[in-house]
Design a protein around this ligand. Structure first.
Ligand code: ZN
Length: 151
């Protein structure tokens, strides 16, 4: 199931309407803030300044809420996209020819510092060689189990 949240900006996790809301609310917040500052600056009495000070505070809060919502929407879109990419990946890995098929084996990209399980996403399409478990235990810091495929 593909989740569509409206037309995307090019190479961006955000939809066009989300970008429009961000610019609009930040623009409105800035405009309100400038108006509140300008009016307050021309009031001599504290009592008359407080109302416009409140308007300025609300303007900052509106802009901040828009920014937080923008970041949360981007984070959500990235999580959705990551789930889609990772869900697609096993089909690619299964279709590529493998010399190592056992799930108890370890493999290594020559020159690399990580030992991977044969199905690891980080070695898809790369030439790998088998690593003996005993060699992996002895290697210490020079060759460690991959943090991605051993999770
Ligand atoms: Zn790995």
């Amino acid at each position: 199931v593909k989740v569509t949240l409206g037309r995307r900006l090019e190479d961006s996790p955000w939809a066009r309407r989300q970008f429009g809301a961000l610019v609009g609310l930040n623009g409105a917040g800035l405009l309100l803030l400038v108006v509140a500052w300008h009016v307050t600056a021309h009031q001599a009495l504290l009592g008359k300044q407080l109302g416009w000070l409140s308007v300025g505070v609300v303007a900052v809060l509106v802009a901040a809420a828009a920014d937080v919502r923008w970041l949360a929407a981007g984070r959500h879109a990235l999580l959705v996209r990551r789930r889609e990419v990772l869900a697609d990946q096993p089909a690619v890995a299964a279709s590529s020819p493998r010399s190592v098929t056992s799930t108890t084996d370890w493999v290594q990209v020559p020159g690399g510092t990580r030992a991977h399980r044969p199905g690891c996403l980080l070695i898809v399409g790369k030439d790998v060689r088998t690593v003996q478990p005993a060699r992996l235990r002895k290697a210490g810091r020079r060759l460690r189990p991959c943090e991605v495929c051993t999770r």
